[in-house]
Design a protein around this ligand. Structure first.
Ligand code: 2IT
Length: 450
C-alpha cells in the first residue's frame, strides 16, 4: 500500500480505536485508493486523506419521550455531517438498538462516496438513534420522532442537510419527522427531509427506488457478460423495503427470488416470490413480526431452514445480501465460493466483512459488486425528490424511473471505466471507490483547505 495511505490509516485506527465498523469501512475504501493517490501527489500536501476521514461535524443529543403508560425514556440521537463538498449533506436516519457512533460514522463515510457516485449534487451524512421502534405504538413512535426532530431541526434544512430513512425509519417515521420540522420552522420546506409520502411532497418511486436501482445495476453486470435477467434465480437476505423492491422488479423483468432469509432462518420457494399474493403476505408478515419469516413457508407450503442463512445454496445464479452490515463473514464467504455461484451483488450497507470481501473478490469465477454503487438508487431518488420540491411540482413515476435507470447505468459505466483506466481490469469494487473518491477529492481541492 502507498505510504501516505498507510500512514493515515494507522493514525485513523489509533484515533478511533473504539469504532470497529467505522474502521472497517475506512480500510475498505482506502484499500482501493493506491492508484489515485499515486497519480496525485498534491493530495498529500493538502492533507486530503486526513481531512476526508474526519466528519465535518458530529452532533450527539438527548431524546426524551413518553410512552403510552406515561413513562419517560431517554435515547441518544446522532447526526454525522460527513462531507458537503459536493452539495448539502444527505443520508438516512437509522432507528435501531444497535446504533452507536461507530455505526453512524461508518454509514456516513460510505454515504459520502455513494452520494458522489450518483453524480448528483449531494454530500454525505448519516444519523439515527438507539431507539427501537419494534413493538411501539403509532403514538409512541410519533412522540419519539417529534422529540428527535425538536433537536435535529436546528442542524438541517433544504440547503444544509436533508435526512431520509434507513433501517427502522420508514414512511411513517419520516412523516412525523417532517411534520415536526415544518411546525418548528414555520415553513413548508419540503426539501429538508426526503422519503416523504406523495401526499406530503414525496417522490412517487422512493419506496421502490433502492430495490429497483439494485436490479438495474445487476442488469448492467449481466449485460457485460452477454447475459440477461430473464430466467435468473436470486437468493436474497432481508425482506424489508429493499428486498421488496428487488422482488418486484426482478419479477417484472422475468427473474425470480427463490430464496430469502430472515432473522429466524431462510425460505426456499422454488417457484419464486412471484405473485401479488406472496409479496403482500411478506409485507403483512413483516409488519406483524419482523423477526420471523417462517410463516411464509407454512402459508405457501415451501421449505424453511431454521437458524441458517441461504449463502452457499447452489441452485441460484445471483446472491444479493440486502439485510444489514456484516451479514456475510469469512465462513459464509467460503460457502459462497464453494457453491460456484458467479454473481455476488451487495445491497445492504457493508454486508460483507473485509476478509470475506477479499476472498470473494479474489475468485476468478466470480463477479462482486459493491453496495455503495448497487444501493445508490435510493439516495438518488431522494435527491430527485429534493429537486422536485425545489421546483414545487411532482414528477410522474415514469419520469423518475427513467432518471433512476440512467443514474444506475452511469454509476456502473463510470466504475468500469475508471478501474480499467487505472489498469485494474474489470473491478466494480475498486471502480466505485475510485469514482466516488475522485469526485469528493476534486470538490475539496477546489474549495481550499479547511
Ligand atoms: O443508505 C442509504 O443510502 C439511505 N439510507 C438512503 C439515504 C437517502 O437520503 O435517501
Amino acid at each position: 500500500m502507498n505510504a501516505y495511505i498507510e500512514r493515515v490509516l494507522e493514525a485513523t485506527k489509533k484515533k478511533n480505536a473504539s469504532e470497529p465498523e467505522f474502521l472497517q469501512t475506512v480500510e475498505e475504501v482506502f484499500s482501493s485508493l493506491e492508484p489515485v493517490i499515486n497519480a496525485h501527489p498534491e493530495y498529500e500536501k493538502a492533507s486530503l486523506l486526513e481531512r476526508i476521514v474526519e466528519p465535518e461535524r458530529t452532533v450527539e443529543f438527548r431524546v426524551t419521550w413518553m410512552d403510552d403508560n406515561g413513562q419517560y425514556h431517554v435515547n441518544r440521537g446522532y447526526r454525522v455531517q460527513y462531507n458537503a463538498a459536493l452539495g448539502p449533506y444527505k443520508g438516512g436516519l437509522r432507528f435501531d438498538p444497535s446504533v452507536n457512533l461507530s455505526i453512524i460514522k461508518f454509514l456516513g463515510f460510505e454515504q459520502t462516496f455513494k452520494d458522489a457516485l450518483t453524480g448528483l449534487p449531494i454530500g454525505g451524512a448519516k444519523g439515527g438513534s438507539d431507539f427501537d421502534p419494534r413493538g411501539r405504538s403509532d403514538a409512541e413512535v410519533m412522540r419519539f420522532c417529534q422529540a428527535f426532530m425538536t433537536e435535529l431541526y436546528r442542524h438541517i434544512g433544504q440547503d444544509i442537510d436533508c435526512p431520509a430513512g434507513d433501517l427502522g425509519c420508514g414512511g411513517r417515521e419520516i412523516g412525523y419527522l417532517y411534520g415536526q420540522y415544518r411546525r418548528l420552522v414555520g415553513a413548508a420546506e419540503f426539501g429538508a427531509v426526503s422519503g416523504k409520502a406523495v401526499c406530503t411532497g414525496g417522490s412517487i418511486l422512493r419506496p421502490e427506488a433502492t430495490g429497483y436501482g439494485a436490479v438495474y445495476y445487476l442488469r448492467e453486470v449481466l449485460r457485460h457478460d452477454g447475459e440477461e435477467l430473464a430466467g435468473k434465480r436470486i437468493a436474497i437476505s432481508g425482506y424489508g423495503n429493499v428486498g421488496w423492491g428487488i422482488i418486484k422488479k426482478a419479477n417484472e423483468l422475468g427473474a425470480k427470488v427463490t430464496y430469502f432469509a430472515g432473522p429466524d432462518g431462510y425460505i426456499h420457494d422454488p417457484d419464486g416470490v412471484s405473485t401479488e399474493e406472496k409479496l403482500n403476505f411478506i409485507l403483512e408478515m413483516r409488519a406483524k413480526d419482523p423477526m420471523h419469516c417462517e410463516p411464509y413457508a407454512k402459508k405457501f407450503g415451501c421449505e424453511f431452514v431454521p437458524g441458517q442463512k441461504c449463502w452457499g445454496v447452489k441452485d441460484v445464479d445471483i446472491y444479493m445480501p440486502a439485510a444489514t452490515q456484516n451479514d456475510v463473514n469469512l465462513e459464509w464467504a467460503k460457502k459462497i465460493v464453494d457453491s460456484g455461484v458467479k454473481y455476488y451483488i451487495e445491497v445492504a450497507n457493508m454486508p460483507t466483512t473485509n476478509d470475506a470481501l477479499e476472498l470473494l473478490r479474489s475468485q476468478k469465477h466470480m463477479v462482486v459488486a459493491p453496495s455503495k454503487a448497487v444501493n445508490a438508487g435510493g439516495v438518488s431518488v431522494s435527491e430527485l425528490e429534493m429537486a422536485q420540491n425545489a421546483e414545487r411540482l411532482y414528477w410522474t413515476a415514469e419520469e423518475v424511473d427513467q432518471k433512476l435507470t440512467g443514474i444506475m447505468k452511469n454509476i456502473y459505466d463510470s466504475s468500469v471505466e475508471v478501474a480499467e483506466r487505472y489498469g485494474l481490469g474489470y473491478d466494480l469494487v475498486a471502480g466505485a471507490n475510485l469514482v466516488g473518491f475522485q469526485r469528493v477529492a476534486d470538490a475539496m481541492m477546489a474549495q481550499g483547505i479547511f
